[in-house]
Write a protein that binds this ligand. Structure first.
Ligand SMILES: NC(=O)c1ccc[n+]([C@@H]2O[C@H](COP(=O)([O-])OP(=O)(O)OC[C@H]3O[C@@H](n4cnc5c(N)ncnc54)[C@H](O)[C@@H]3O)[C@@H](O)[C@H]2O)c1
Ligand SMILES: [Zn+2]
Length: 401
């Protein structure tokens, strides 16, 4: 008997026309100082980088925390544009928008930005320039990606974490439905300008936050960078700007390389290696009602997942200890009281973060753990008992600080 004879004939014939195309993306990431100094040509060059032979219209949004810490900034931005009337046009005076997690914790700020863009009649070739921390960049970037299905976005990240991670990538987002980044889009920016001179006014917490992302990426991708971080942890905590500049560059480049060469820039698969430690970090941020900053939560997530890696024989005791020592020496926490909170059934409440993380990415649970120094492995199961044991161990190490 032939196969044809065995299988019932499909009564619903279908025809297919295969549509396929690819679109290249490219955006420069600059490192500079005093981007809005009257005689720094970089921003003007960036807006004109496609040499379109016309005046560029821009709406500028500034993080409220940054505007408060650096009072002359708004005037400098205005002067920068007014000094180049043939090339640049400021659509309206720079707008101050909320900074910190409050910026992305509801639709209010996103809607406000979209409305101003509409009122200013910004078109798809106009620029939205966002100057601020990672949360504000996520919010303004989200709004800019929705209006007319996407305006040109130039980011000027103003925190360590925004310069070495949040501001250089292809994502934006907002917290909704009780979850971090529940809504958002993938939208590569037109350009990024990392201006080191924004950093000295950061609060200690926001100075240290980005160091956690550097440990994260070093542990899974770059052993030499991990050595650098351990050696310079105390200097980084003392706010040594030279050490921080090196950290930011290396960390930003590792993120950029991953996006470019990792094979999945828009995260269509289930793995997200750059989110080592993040299933727990995102859960702790929401559990703590954002008392914990993203970087602080990431440091705790790295510590807890490194315990699992240790117990699975993926890393040595020495590497585990150096990770904890490095994080704490840099001024980062490795434990928080939220970790002891229990759900009604008795399990650690933080463990819900595993399923939320799986759902966010889709498909199988996929958690990245370090393997040796500078390498990683994806695992599809996490043992709650081991996590609980790690939490107890870390309470002893970090809880009493
Ligand atoms: N889109 C992504 O790929 C991505 C990646 C990583 C993190 N994130 C997001 O980034 C956010 C965290 O960003 P963050 O660590 O930059 O913190 P943040 O944006 O919450 O900013 C922290 C605080 O610093 C203030 N501030 C900003 N710049 C300042 C300056 N130069 N001087 C003084 N104060 C200043 C802000 O007003 C805020 O109060 C989280 O919401 C996280 O989810 C996004
Ligand atoms: Zn992160």
């Amino acid at each position: 008997m032939t196969d044809d004879a065995r299988e019932p004939k499909n009564p619903y014939p279908a025809e297919v026309y295969r549509q396929e195309f690819s679109v290249p993306f490219d955006y420069p990431v600059y490192f500079t100082q005093q981007a809005f100094a009257a005689d720094n040509p970089l921003l003007a060059d960036v807006l004109d980088r496609r040499r379109e032979g016309r005046r560029h219209r821009a709406a500028v949004y500034v993080d409220a925390g940054l505007a408060q810490a650096q009072p002359g900034l708004i005037d400098r931005i205005k002067e920068y544009f007014h000094a180049r009337p043939g090339l640049l046009e400021l659509a309206e005076p720079p707008q101050i928008v909320p900074g910190g997690e409050a910026a992305k914790n509801g639709w209010g700020p996103v809607r406000d930005v979209m409305w101003t863009l509409g009122n200013l009649h910004m078109d798809r070739q106009s620029f939205v320039i966002a100057v601020g921390g990672g949360a504000m960049l996520d919010m303004v970037g989200f709004a800019a990606s929705l209006v007319h299905r996407g305006l040109r976005l130039v980011r000027l990240p103003s925190t360590v974490l925004a310069q070495n991670d949040a501001g250089v990538g292809v994502k934006n987002g907002m917290d909704e439905h009780g979850m971090k980044n529940f809504v958002g889009t993938f939208a590569p920016p037109f350009a990024v300008i990392n201006d080191l001179s924004f950093l000295p006014t950061l609060a200690d917490r926001d100075w240290a936050g980005g160091i956690a992302e550097a440990f994260k990426v070093a542990l899974i991708k770059d052993a030499a960078f991990f050595e650098f971080l351990c050696t310079h942890a105390a200097a980084l905590r003392r706010r040594d700007l030279t050490a921080m500049e090196q950290l930011i560059r290396r960390c930003a480049i590792l993120h950029l390389e991953h996006i470019r060469t990792g094979g999945d820039p828009f995260e269509l698969g289930s793995a997200r290696p750059l989110d080592f430690g993040h299933w727990l970090a995102h859960k702790l941020e929401t559990m703590s009602a954002y008392r914990l900053g993203h970087g602080q939560a990431v440091a705790i997530g790295i510590a807890v997942d490194s315990w699992t890696a240790l117990k699975q024989g993926l890393i040595s005791t020495d590497q585990f200890e150096r990770t904890l020592t490095g994080l704490t020496a840099a001024g980062l926490p490795i434990w928080d009281e939220c970790l002891s909170r229990r759900a009604p059934g008795g399990a650690l409440e933080a463990l819900d973060g595993l399923e939320q993380f799986r759902e966010h990415l889709g498909g199988l649970l996929c958690i990245t753990l370090p393997r040796g120094l500078g390498d990683k492995v994806e695992v599809h199961q996490m043992n709650p008992a081991v996590i609980e044991e790690g939490v107890e161990f870390l309470r002893g190490r970090g809880g009493g600080r």
